[in-house]
Design a protein around this ligand. Sequence first.
Ligand SMILES: [Mn+2]
Length: 391
Amino acid sequence: MSDEVSRFGTGEKSGPQAAEALRREANLSENGWNREWTRNIELGLEAAPSIGDRTISTFSRGELPHFAGINTFLKAPYIEDVHKAGEYDVAVFGIPLDTGTTYRAGTRFGPQGVRRISALYGTYYFELGVDLREQISICDLGDVFVIPANIEKAFDQISRGVSHVFKSGAFPVMIGGDHSIGYPCVRGIAPHVNGNIGIIHVDRHVDTQEKDMDERMHTTPWFHATNIGNAPPKNLVQFGIGGWQVPRAGVKICRERGTTIMTMTDIMDMGLDKALDAAIEVASDGTEAVYLSFDIDSIDAGFVPGTGWPEPGGFTPREALHIVKRVAQETNLCAMELVEVSPPYDVSDMTSLMACRVIVDVIANLVDAGKLPRKRPTWLNSEPSTEPWAL
Ligand SMILES: [Mn+2]
């Protein structure tokens, strides 16, 4: 062996996941990237002659530089014409409603906060060997026009928007907004599912009161969602609950309706995976589709200061990512919402970044599991007899 060759390692002592990730990367295409830089030059002019890398354009277009440009989610194309949502595998959109907030407001800036920090990321996820740019198509539809002075009118707008995207066949990702949007989101989806929907609700709070301060605030979505015929409470799992803001009015409803609750202590004592086994089983039992509602405040307040109602004692970021990994891999996930990011209370965008990670990890795990791109599901009904917002 020459001295020149012996300077290189063998990689044999890499961990098993790393070894697999290295192998997978070699099999990823570069077609998407080639399309992107060709387009960038077409639209943004060839670079100055002194630039050696001829994939660079004069005006920033697409992913690079990460600090430049106009931020959509992951710099995905902004699709102004929402009729085109169904042309994409994933449709991300914002629901900037914080009228349902009962303590700190500011989640109306959640979608913009998550979009801004999403610019940090490219489309490639090393551990899974997934490159979203190469394997699926994502668009950003912008935001639903919410009515900040009237929560019920805002709900009607949200259900109508969610219904439109859901029936298009794209996988909808909703960025809140406070947790009150959980109800109108499920109301927009339910008429389009032939069969029942299970809900995995990751949160510190139960959010099952009928009303809070006389309105359907962010403490109430699951009372109303589980009144929908095909979203029964027996398939609602509430994961990570605990602390000093689980109101007794909500607990009474959980008891009466028999929702499934895992406290943080239950999850610690059982072990995260055993608790997840049970959660996935309950949400999937007899249902056609599972909806993921991820409240960022389920993560310990020390990691996510920018939220409407922080609660110490929650998940670590690693645990949160493990939860969404298993939910994406093992359930028939039909849509997700990420709620309660309040950028005005955030520090260094860390809460928005965590939210962004939850979303991109769900998408990447769906790709890894072969669930995206998805074929049109047999249970998807695009022509419901009921207007979803009239439920
Ligand atoms: Mn919460």
